[in-house]
Write a protein that binds this ligand. Structure first.
Ligand code: NUP
Length: 231
């Protein structure tokens, strides 16, 4: 039973969230609906999913998830970090809007993260738990706890974790803890990480935002950043 559940989950991961074509997720940190839709539409074929967060959702409303979901899977990067009941309510709002992935923090504890996992499972969506963030300040409190946070993500039944492309050696370490769970990695481009190094270290998907969304020629910038791997 356990083996078949694991297989189901694996199939679910491939079918529902992402196409695993480019192994790239577009971070859509813009504040206008028009700009968001035009970027998402024009770049959709290069990405397996679009990630939206507070900048866009607070500016244009949660309905933007539904609009983008009509043509591309959406991950809601709300970095949810509350008590279990509030976490569940936040997840449900994003899931009802059509999100197929949710990013939550692991640090509030296993009960809080489990509340997200339970909410997501009734919508066939996936939860990614943040381990160590990609910016330099994450070295203060998150890095020393990253291994524990990764283990907690596994114990809570999360589908994957977020690990920093800015520190590929940390992706490797986190991979050794999370096994076959998905690793999605932000920090390529503007934050200094390299796509090749992050993939080589074991990331399943790279999250790329400003290097592409702020470029005059997004596709050319993307191609400079990433030499598309053979699938
Ligand atoms: O550790 C993290 N680092 C990070 O940059 C966790 C994240 N979720 N992000 C998000 O990834 C960040 O909020 C942004 O949406 C995206 C990276 O964007 P960029 O640096 O490529 O523009």
């Amino acid at each position: 039973l356990k083996a078949s559940r694991k297989k189901d989950k694996h199939i679910r991961a491939i079918l529902l969230l992402m196409k695993r074509k480019s192994r790239l997720i577009l971070a859509l940190d813009v504040s206008s609906r028009e700009r968001a839709l035009s970027l998402a539409r024009s770049l959709e074929s290069y990405f397996d999913a679009v990630k939206v967060g507070y900048p866009l959702i607070l500016s244009e409303g949660i309905g933007i998830i539904k609009e983008i979901s009509a043509f591309c899977p959406v991950i809601a990067d709300l970095k949810i970090a509350d008590i279990p009941n509030t976490n569940r309510m936040i997840c449900e709002a994003a899931l009802k809007a059509g999100a197929k992935g949710i990013i939550a923090h692991a640090f509030p504890g296993i009960d809080s993260l489990k509340a997200c996992v339970e909410a997501a499972s009734s919508y066939d969506a996936q939860v990614f738990a943040v381990t160590e963030m990609s910016h330099p300040g994450a070295m203060d409190f998150m890095a020393p706890l990253a291994e524990k946070l990764a283990r907690l993500a596994v114990d809570a039944g999360a589908d994957g974790v977020v690990a920093p492309a800015t520190r590929p050696e940390r992706i490797k370490l986190i991979r050794s803890i999370v096994g076959s769970k998905m690793i999605i990695s932000p920090g390529v481009g503007v934050q200094g990480g390299s796509a090749k190094d992050a993939w080589d270290a074991g990331a399943d998907y790279l999250i790329i935002g400003r290097s592409v969304t702020s470029s005059e020629n997004p596709t050319a910038s993307l191609k400079r950043l990433v030499s598309f791997p053979e699938q």
